[in-house]
Design a protein around this ligand. Structure first.
Ligand SMILES: [Zn+2]
Ligand SMILES: [Zn+2]
Length: 379
């Protein structure tokens, strides 16, 4: 009996290849009180918790939603149709789209739409297949002009990020459309991005316990990536330090900054409690032949991440040159240095495939489809 049940679960999971949906909070930063929704492509069923209203299929169909405390007032083609807790425009297929505007920006969005209100502010939620969402994210975050293989890297990373970080569950959706989560600006029309998403459909990165990993990335590692404990406090799995020769000639590989010695010494003094005269008596030179966690002069040490934050440096991978009344920093890379190095990945993608790139920057990982991950999680 048990074996039969197991067989049916297995059969269901493996045959029921239903695309995974995600819920995205739109206009997250603008917090609109009113939005306008215009019919664009396909057919939409329009209903609320109390009524069915119409199937939207005409170019002239337009719905206005206005927040009213914890309710929403809806106007269909100029006529008020109700004041309800939520309204929903349900897509017929994934390719259906609506043009949605908060009064400032109007964009087409594929997928379904749910509108509700919290304290007089509209919550505008786009329910969409994860692959369509990922297309929109790549358009918003990476932009155009990259090769197919690199877009595949971005597709798997963005998809995994979406499932690892579901920061807005309490508000009724998974992710917002802002940099707080991943920038998402609706429908993608770039064919290369669409192809990269389709060719990696539903693929995600998991660790050895089949958990979605935190797919951290940065612009350029300067030749060496770092572990998470060098930047934050906790060491995360799958993010080991690797030597990267792919990025060292890219645009963000090198930087230089000059700081007055007075400022440098006063900062060190505040951080360590040592007197300015003591610090001035020391040589402040420092080198990182391999990446270090601390800037050290004798017994004095300061975390490199604190120096980076204070002086808004491009990275923590720099040497310090004590020259008269100036301090010259010669640096490498841009960003925190953990996980995928984007500029290295771009160079790699000319000769390696996306899986090899992901396995190079993330360690002890598996790349598998969401269905397979969910199947393993049953046991
Ligand atoms: Zn967010
Ligand atoms: Zn790199």
């Amino acid at each position: 009996m048990k074996r039969i049940t197991l067989f049916f679960i297995l059969f269901f999971v493996l045959t029921n290849v239903v695309a995974k949906d995600v819920r995205i909070g739109l206009f997250y930063r603008s917090n609109p009180k009113t939005i306008t929704v215009e019919y664009n492509v396909g057919r939409y069923t329009f209903f609320s918790e109390v009524s069915y209203y119409k199937t939207l299929s005409n170019k002239s169909d337009k719905v206005i939603f206005k927040a009213y405390n914890n309710k929403v007032k809806a106007y269909l083609n100029g006529n008020k149709i109700g004041e309800n807790i939520w309204f929903r425009l349900d897509r017929n297929t994934d390719l259906n789209s609506l043009k949605i505007s908060d009064g400032k920006i109007k964009r087409p969005y594929e997928g379904s739409l749910i509108v509700y209100s919290i304290n007089g502010k509209l919550k505008v939620v786009n329910e969409i297949s994860i692959d369509k969402y990922v297309e929109g994210v790549i358009k918003g975050e990476a932009g155009y002009g990259y090769g197919l293989e690199y877009y595949k890297v971005q597709a798997v990373i963005s998809r995994t990020y979406a499932l690892h970080h579901q920061k807005h569950k309490k508000e009724g959706f998974d992710l917002c459309d802002h940099t707080h989560c991943q920038v998402y600006k609706g429908v993608n029309t770039n064919k290369k991005i669409a192809k990269a998403v389709t060719q990696t459909s539903e693929e995600v990165i998991v660790d050895s316990s089949i958990n979605y990993i935190n797919t951290l990335f940065h612009s350029n590692c300067g030749g060496h990536t770092v572990t998470t404990d060098m930047v934050w406090s906790k060491k995360l799995p799958c993010m080991e330090s690797v030597k990267d020769t792919f990025c060292i000639n890219s645009s963000q590989a090198k930087w230089k900054k000059t700081i007055s010695k007075t400022s440098w010494v006063s900062f060190l003094s505040k951080k360590t409690g040592k007197s300015v005269s003591y610090l001035q008596s020391k040589s402040l030179d420092f080198n990182q032949y391999t990446r270090q966690e601390y800037y050290k002069i004798g017994s004095v040490k300061v975390r490199l991440v604190d120096i980076r934050k204070n002086y808004r440096l491009k990275s923590t991978y720099f040497s310090v040159h004590d020259i008269g009344d100036k301090i010259v920093l010669i640096g490498r890379g841009y960003g925190h240095g953990v996980g995928l190095c984007q500029e290295g990945g771009i160079v790699m993608s000319k000769t390696y495939d996306y899986k090899q790139i992901l396995h190079f920057y993330y360690q002890n990982i598996s790349i598998m489809t969401i269905n397979k991950v969910e199947y393993y999680k049953l046991f």
